[in-house]
Design a protein around this ligand. Structure first.
Ligand SMILES: Cc1cc2nc3c(=O)[nH]c(=O)nc-3n(C[C@H](O)[C@H](O)[C@H](O)COP(=O)(O)OP(=O)(O)OC[C@H]3O[C@@H](n4cnc5c(N)ncnc54)[C@H](O)[C@@H]3O)c2cc1C
Length: 409
């Protein structure tokens, strides 16, 4: 991808050089052929566990080297750096065969919730352990009856002395089978409107009464899980924010998730697609060229928009676009990339097992994951309409109605 860097200061250039030197000493460059960081050999649970542990080992190495949580304050285990430094490190790391995988997402989500809503004790205890991957976390939000309408959730928490006793079911919980801890939202007060009776809890996944059942996908991998709670006792001190006020940290998590996904990787896909088109003799195909140009334009725009957002944050200005816009743009781009990868390879995209085909299979299978995970495109558009464009809010039949009185299927 063309270099879009604008006037890099001498200080930032020195940071870039330091980052590159550390990466060269601690990681192998990507070869584009059999990179574990992009091929994701997720063919069964053992392979997934191995991959997860590889990601965890890399996060530990980053932490030990002082490169985890670059913009986090040092008292929470971070480097106390700037958002520009975060971007630069991501750009440099993209050339190396390393990733923290899903850990990165939970660090962004739970890190934000704890920093904005956690107690001082929680920040001191959990943040460095989160950043160093000493603890691996999973997000326990969605339920069979609560996805887009997350605030309608039904997992029930009843206070019993200095514990909450939780019963219910969560679903689509990424990597919950490997996580040590989870952040879970529960219905602690059914007698008030849905957003007002939710509590946000931190739970040890080894607690008696928790059962994790992987959901095996068509390719044999089990990225997602169902998580069942039966009389699980969670200490009241594990509440993040206020009891019954869990919607506040939940919103922080959702915003951080949207920004995390929308911020995208610094690892562009178009060069790989372009190289593939050349190798397959399709570089002069008019249709392929149109699509490659569209992919390139999207990646460039996303990068520039992310940078403009970071610059605004740095200057204390309003961001030029909301995180939701970036997430939507990323989701639509992923579909384009997956479709083009399969179009380039033709039947080989599904039948062959060489690295290009494996990569294309993943790009195809996973192309809608961003369109659903972290909130669907449709709900994202509703939010953009209401929050960014000031359109009338969607009609709500459950407003001001106690959760227990809202009809449910
Ligand atoms: C890759 C991935 C990872 C995930 N990881 C996690 C995780 O770690 N933890 C977790 O808790 N959850 C996770 N999820 C679940 C995810 O948050 C939900 O799938 C998502 O919120 C949508 O909920 P749902 O699947 O119940 O769909 P539903 O809410 O049932 O939606 C079904 C359809 O109806 C549409 N729809 C719903 N409401 C509206 C509306 N008001 N206006 C217009 N259209 C609407 C939706 O857009 C969708 O097309 C993950 C999902 C994916 C794909």
């Amino acid at each position: 991808m063309a270099d879009t860097r604008i006037e890099e200061s001498a200080e930032l250039a020195a940071f870039r050089a330091e980052a590159r030197a550390w990466l060269e000493a601690n990681a192998s460059p990507k070869t584009g052929v059999d990179d574990w960081s992009t091929q994701r050999h997720h063919v069964d649970q053992d392979a997934m566990r191995e991959y997860f542990e590889q990601c965890r080992a890399w996060q530990r190495k980053l932490f030990a080297g002082g490169w985890a949580g670059i913009s986090w304050p040092s008292e929470h285990g971070g480097r106390g750096g700037t958002s520009d430094q975060v971007r630069v490190f991501k750009e440099e790391m993209a050339a190396f065969d390393v990733t923290s995988g899903f850990l990165d997402a939970t660090i962004a989500m739970l890190g934000a919730a704890l920093r904005f809503c956690g107690s001082e004790d929680q920040k001191r205890h959990y943040l460095p352990r989160l950043l160093s991957a000493e603890d691996a976390w999973c997000q326990l939000f969605s339920e069979p009856g609560a996805g887009s309408d997350l605030a309608g959730l039904a997992a029930r928490a009843v206070r019993d002395g200095d514990h909450f006793v939780v019963n219910g079911q969560k679903v689509w919980n990424s990597m919950a089978q490997f996580a040590d801890h989870g952040f879970v939202i529960v219905r602690s007060n059914p007698d008030v409107p849905k957003h007002q009776g939710i509590t946000f809890l931190l739970v040890d996944m080894a607690s008696p009464g928790i059962e994790v059942r992987p959901l095996i996908q068509a390719n044999g991998a089990g990225h997602f899980n169902e998580v069942f709670f039966e009389d699980v006792r969670i200490p009241v001190e594990n509440v993040v924010g206020e009891i019954d006020g869990g919607w506040a940290p939940t919103r922080v998590v959702m915003m951080a998730e949207s920004q995390f996904i929308g911020g995208g990787g610094a690892d562009p896909v178009t060069p790989r697609l372009t190289e593939m088109a050349r190798r397959l003799g399709l570089a002069d195909d008019a249709g392929v060229r149109q699509e490659l140009a569209a992919c390139h334009t999207r990646e460039l725009l996303l990068k520039l928009l992310s940078e403009a957002m970071m610059q605004a944050v740095r200057q204390g200005d309003d961001p030029p676009v909301s995180g939701g816009v970036l997430k939507l743009f990323t989701a639509e781009s992923r579909v384009l990339f997956g479709n083009l990868a399969t179009r380039l390879l033709g039947p080989a995209a599904t039948a062959d097992a060489d690295p290009d085909s494996e990569w294309a299979q993943l790009a195809l299978i996973n192309r809608f994951s961003v369109s659903i995970g972290g909130g669907t495109n449709e709900v994202g558009r509703n939010n953009i309409g209401e929050r960014d464009l000031g359109l009338p809010r969607e009609p709500r039949v459950d407003k001001d109605v106690a959760w227990k009185d809202v009809p449910r299927g």
